[in-house]
Design a protein around this ligand. Structure first.
Ligand code: TPP
Ligand code: DXP
Ligand code: MG
Length: 639
């Protein structure tokens, strides 16, 4: 055994074309180098680590066996795609991950030809891959579509809708089920138990075993490929019955870290002339990095960290995160009221429901990545007398919009929606921005929509929601920590549809919603310094509006500006409509609405995103001065 260090291989595998020039025996070393590179990169950027560590071998094997990008490779969610990015020409930029102007933390079409389909919201990969496969078939073009979907993502209904429809793709569609027995939290539900049963009840499918069974099954050449595949799949009885009943040929379970097994099995599936095939690959989230393997969350999402110790660089101690303020406030409500319960869609820690679960395990429901089910499940609970809090990020609630309309709002059921990650979220970028919930909820009859300006307001609004039995109600709040406002000992029940004047003034009125209040107050200070007396109102409700307060403000100030952490169609639109309906803009009022721009903003630091969106203090001041035809010195603007 030579004691000379092995020649690094990662430098020779900058693209899949280069990778495929290596011989199979070199892939083990390549995978080790790839894993080390990923750990090093993420230690400097932070981001999603555990999922990518679990698919290092799988990534190398898929790009080695399949002719990417002609064979399209679609990663579900895409948070595990850092090794994929390193092997597809982006190693030089991998340390720009999730930073302004840098690589996205998920797959993104505009970023690379090797990212045929963008992701970030889970469970879309099989549908997308099926689209590519059928398109190839219709165009009589070669090329397969491979969807890599996790066991967590496989708990969403959309995955079954796609599999139910997949037969038409034949052998052009391959689904790789990456089963690491983890979601963000441990997986839940019957599917997780089913997969565990398969994995625990039989050895990994080795190539020798695979070939032996194949030979046993087909001693004589069978010319009819369909018959061959059918017998091989059925006869092998490897337990993937659920998938076989959906029309897939199940192959597995396969050890996803054993390249000696992975490569030949993938080659066989590639060359099979029948399908679709589902390969059940078993991996370990966090594989190959001891601190991640030992962590309960397998380092799903990490801050920058010390590679040697795994110690993450903790943010300086600040106010409690909104998710935890909500979790604790809900516990207080549940102590008082035994009908209060909490539902999360696979995001217990991100929503603060994990805290509630410790206090009230019997009244906590993690339904898996199943937002549509979560909402209608909550509607059923409410219809039968419970007071359910459905805690779902703004962006993920988009997936359950029809359930909100059809099952909750139309029936006027008292479901409470705790909408975290409202507004811009920073590093996760446009796929995770909570831009639309004001628009998509405040337009619904019966719906009450609140926005917390700080953590004290969140406590009051959680209580208000708990006490609101006459129909659906939502409270939205942003990602991260609050303003440091004191957490009230006794939560107040806020009068529905009533805002509050935070600062009295005379000539300018800023109508703020949610946590833009801080910037609104800074803007008011700047405007006062320019001689413009400014009122600041925290509207608290996007629906119903505080019409009396708004009418008073609009008829007693020269300029009025609404500001919200939401896209067009939200608070500003409702205030404009109210003003128009009541003739409040007929006599020269200068009314302006500040909202998110009509673009999907890329990832960056949230404060930068809000400045870019024109929702910071400077932009509010600029809007007022422009309305008054003045410049930033407060002087009349030159004609
Ligand atoms: C619709 C939707 N809901 C929730 C999430 C948040 N989320 C991101 S990754 C993840 C867990 C995914 O588990 P799995 O598919 O098993 O992938 P793994 O991290 O184990 O590789 C969740 C719930 C999401 N991305 N999309
Ligand atoms: C990949 C994914 O969708 C989640 O991991 C998400 O990134 C979590 O977002 P937070 O970090 O805001 O909880
Ligand atoms: Mg998983």
């Amino acid at each position: 055994m030579s004691d000379r260090p092995a020649t690094p291989l990662l430098d020779q595998a900058r693209t899949p074309q280069e990778l495929r020039k290596l011989n199979p025996g070199q892939l083990r070393q390549l995978a080790d180098e790839l894993r080390a590179e990923m750990i090093s990169a993420v230690s400097t950027t932070g981001g999603h680590l555990g999922a990518g560590l679990g698919v290092v071998e799988l990534t190398a094997a898929l790009h080695y066996v399949f002719d990417t990008p002609n064979d399209v490779l679609i990663w579900d969610v895409g948070h595990q795609a850092y090794p994929h990015k390193i092997l597809t020409g982006r190693r030089d930029r991998i340390r720009t991950l999730r930073q302004g102007g840098g690589l996205s933390g998920f797959t993104k079409r505009s970023e690379s030809e090797y990212d045929p389909f963008g992701a970030a919201h889970s469970s879309t990969s099989i549908s997308a891959a099926l689209g590519f496969a059928v398109a190839n078939k219709l165009a009589n073009k070669p090329g397969r579509a491979i969807a890599v979907i996790g066991d967590g993502a496989m708990s969403a209904g959309m995955a079954y809708e796609a599999m139910n429809n997949a037969k038409q793709a034949g052998n052009r569609l391959i689904v790789v089920l990456n089963d690491n027995d983890m979601s963000i939290a441990p997986p839940v539900g019957a599917l997780s138990a089913y997969l565990a049963k398969i994995v625990s009840s039989r050895p990994f499918l080795s190539m020798r075993e695979f070939a032996k069974r194949l030979a046993q099954k087909f001693p004589r050449p069978i010319h009819d490929a369909a018959k061959r595949m059918d017998e091989y799949a059925r006869g092998m009885a490897t337990g993937g019955t659920l998938f076989e009943e959906l029309g897939f040929y199940y192959v597995g379970p396969v050890d996803g870290h054993n390249l000696d097994h992975l490569l030949p099995i993938l080659e066989n599936v590639r060359d099979s002339d029948h399908g679709p095939v589902l390969i059940h690959v078993v991996t370990q989230k966090g594989k190959g990095y001891a601190p991640a393997e030992a962590a309960s969350d397998k380092y799903h999402g990490v801050q920058k960290f010390d590679v040697v110790t795994g110690a993450q660089v903790k943010a300086p101690p600040g106010p409690p995160a909104y998710q935890n303020v909500f979790g604790d406030a809900l516990i207080r409500e549940a102590e008082r009221d035994s009908t209060i319960c909490a539902i999360t869609a696979a995001m217990p820690s991100g929503t603060g429901v994990d805290r509630f679960a410790k206090a009230f395990p019997d009244r906590t429901f993690d339904v898996g990545i199943a937002e549509q089910h979560a909402v209608t499940f909550a509607a059923g609970l409410a219809a039968q007398g419970m007071r359910p809090f459905c805690a779902i990020y703004s962006t993920f609630l988009q997936r359950a919009y029809d359930q909100v309309v059809h099952d909750v709002a139309i029936q006027n059921l008292p479901v409470r929606f705790a909408i975290d990650r409202a507004g811009l979220v920073g590093a996760d970028g446009s796929t995770h921005a909570g831009s639309f919930d004001i628009t998509y909820l405040a337009t619904l009859p019966n719906m009450v929509v609140m926005a917390a300006a700080d953590e004290a307001e969140l406590v009051h609004m959680t209580h208000t929601a708990a006490m609101h039995d006459s129909g659906p109600i939502a409270v939205r709040y942003p990602r991260g920590g609050g303003t440091g406002a004191a957490i009230p000992e006794v939560p107040q029940q806020l009068p529905i549809g009533k805002g509050r004047i935070v600062k009295e003034g005379k000539s300018v009125a800023i109508l703020s919603l949610g946590t833009r209040l801080e910037e609104a107050m800074k803007a008011a200070e700047q405007l006062e310094a320019l001689g413009l007396s400014t009122t600041v109102a925290d509207l608290r409700f996007a629906k119903p509006l505080d019409e009396a307060m708004i009418e008073k403000l609009l008829t007693s100030h020269e300029v009025a500006v609404t500001v919200e952490e939401g896209a067009i169609g939200g608070l500003g639109a409702h205030v404009l409509t109210f003003a128009s309906d009541h003739g409040l803009i007929d006599n020269g009022l200068k009314l302006r609405t500040l909202r998110l721009p009509d673009v999907f903003q890329d990832h960056d630091k949230p404060e930068k995103q809000y400045a870019e969106a024109g929702l910071d203090a400077e932009s509010i001041v600029g809007t007022v001065l422009a309305a008054l035809h003045r410049n930033n010195a407060g002087l009349p603007a030159r004609a």
